[in-house]
Design a protein around this ligand. Structure first.
Ligand SMILES: [Zn+2]
Length: 380
């Protein structure tokens, strides 16, 4: 059995939207209360035992009797929040990542997770505790046992549900083919079969529209801040806040909308690539990205490539697992300077050399395809 997350666009009615937003608030409140308590507890006694999620859940009834409105919360979501807080602490201890932060109402993305009594009624209706029946749309069929559902509100005001299902994934038919993949910047992936998958700059395609709204956003924020400063200076009774400026909010919404669009397009492209790889090959070999060293590229292009490579690796890891294929990570040592035909080491080739001829065996190489073949031939 495999756990699979399926993202659905949900369409809650007005009443359901209000409930969802209230529940975001309840969970934020519990997170902040518990975090505050844990910080104080540590201050009072650094030797005190670290509280696990079970201990935090035991504190919920007391919190509910102190703040009676908390009784309206979806209770499994509060337990999920406690669980997430403990995980955030563990991550901080283990990986020395950032200390858990207090959550703000103003954070553009809000979410909570329910884990009981979630029912799929048909291909377009889901029943969720405290919310009732809700219409949804999804490109994928939901099969298997539903473990939990995460309700999300995006920065542009769209509601989503990510349903985690325990499902049987059918392995893909074997093809007896293997492939080596070199990852680049101008071409995102180059395979040992000689196929080049271009990097598509989705950000550039929408750049004009996004930039139009970014300029407006900057100008409107500046203007709003001036007026807020004026209110404060003149000791106005109810000084305005940024959220009172309608045209500022509109610009902010439009910038978020284009960012979301760009991210979605890029994600769809990468999902298409990794899906076709696991369909075509049984063994997929890629380089260990940690040691990958590409210099002299425009900074933004480099950052986008880096992010895409990480995402491709992440997707290949779980898709190979799901579909019964094998992902092999190899050390990319000298892949661009060794002849994949005879093994001759031609020494370092600068990035400007796109093709070269091996002086020993005379084969002419495309730099990237040769590297991909070397990756295919490398032993892990
Ligand atoms: Zn050679």
């Amino acid at each position: 059995m495999t756990l699979k997350g399926i993202k659905l666009r949900i369409y809650p009615n007005q009443k359901q939207q209000t409930r969802i937003k209230l529940n975001f608030g309840y969970n934020r409140f519990v997170w902040n209360q518990m975090l505050y308590m844990m910080i104080e507890r540590y201050k009072n006694n650094p030797e005190a035992k670290f509280l696990n999620a079970f201990a935090l859940n035991n504190l919920l009834p007391a919190l509910k009797s102190e703040y009676s409105w908390l009784k309206d919360a979806e209770s499994t979501s509060l337990q999920s929040t406690n669980h997430d807080l403990v995980e955030a602490y563990k991550k901080f201890f283990k990986e020395h990542t950032g200390f858990p932060k207090f959550k703000s109402r103003k954070f553009p993305k809000q979410s909570y997770r329910s884990s009981m009594n979630i029912k799929l009624l048909d291909n377009h209706h889901l029943k969720i505790p405290k919310l009732g029946t809700m219409y949804f749309r999804s490109g994928r069929q939901i099969t298997g046992k539903i473990k939990n559902v995460t309700i999300r509100l995006s920065a542009t005001g769209k509601f989503y549900a990510v349903v985690l299902v325990d499902t049987e994934v059918k392995e893909l038919p074997k093809t007896n083919a293997s492939v080596g993949i070199d990852m680049g910047v101008a071409d995102l992936m180059i395979t040992s079969d000689g196929i080049k998958y271009p990097t598509i700059r989705f950000d550039k395609i929408l750049a004009k529209k996004k930039h139009y709204w970014e300029k407006r956003l900057a100008r409107r924020r500046l203007q709003a801040n001036k007026e807020i400063a004026w209110d404060k200076h003149n000791k106005v009774m109810n000084p305005r806040e940024l959220s009172d400026f309608k045209n500022y909010l509109k610009a902010k919404h439009m910038v978020a909308k284009y960012s979301e669009k760009i991210a979605n397009q890029r994600n769809n492209y990468l999902h298409g690539l990794t899906k076709s790889l696991v369909e075509c090959y049984d063994v997929i070999k890629i380089e260990d990205l940690k040691t990958k060293n590409l210099l002299k590229n425009h900074k933004l292009a480099r950052a986008i490539a880096n992010q895409s490579w990480r995402e491709i690796r992440r997707q290949l890891e779980y898709k190979c697992e799901w579909y019964g294929k094998q992902l092999v990570i190899v050390n990319p040592r000298k892949t661009s300077q060794i002849c994949s035909n005879c093994g001759y080491d031609d020494g370092k080739h600068t990035l400007y050399i796109r093709q070269w001829t091996c002086p020993k065996c005379g084969v002419n190489h495309d730099r990237d395809i040769n590297a991909a073949v070397n990756i295919l031939q490398a032993t892990a």
